[in-house]
Design a protein around this ligand. Structure first.
Ligand SMILES: [Zn+2]
Ligand SMILES: [Zn+2]
Length: 137
């Protein structure tokens, strides 16, 4: 039994997954949708998923899946930034969020390294120097 039975994520029907991830019916539908979206994009380059959905009636989820699988050239379709929702056509975040995220990461690692930085050594009341505490000598 090499064939995997699974539910089609598009229509929910059980099908034998031959590697496409969706059932044959949906593959055919995908191809039709691709042609529709393609011709729409030729007239309206840089459209958002919402615009494509409104113009073609194709589910946004389906359009998103097509974009993620690289059906359309980069820059042809814009989709929302995962952080702020601004339209982007490449990657997961817009330029602003990419910069903001970098800053946040920097801030976090800065504050972490500040915490790690040694605090002034406590004055040793006994007058003994702590040197030698862990010494192997
Ligand atoms: Zn299906
Ligand atoms: Zn953003």
């Amino acid at each position: 039994m090499a064939n995997k039975m699974r539910n089609c994520p598009e229509c929910g029907k059980v099908f034998v997954d031959s590697g496409a991830g969706i059932c044959n019916q949906c593959i055919r539908k995908d191809e039709e949708n691709e042609i529709i979206i393609d011709s729409y994009l030729r007239d309206n380059p840089g459209s958002t998923i919402k615009q494509i959905h409104e113009a073609t009636g194709i589910k946004e989820k389906t359009i998103m899946r097509m974009i993620r699988s690289g059906r359309f050239g980069s820059g042809e379709v814009s989709y929302p930034c995962e952080r702020c929702g601004a339209p982007i056509s490449d990657g997961r975040y817009c330029d602003e969020c990419t910069a903001a995220l970098h800053n946040e990461i920097k801030k976090v690692s800065d504050s972490m390294s500040k915490k790690i930085q040694p605090v002034k050594p406590k004055v040793d009341n006994t007058g003994k120097k702590s040197r030698g505490m862990y010494s192997n000598k």
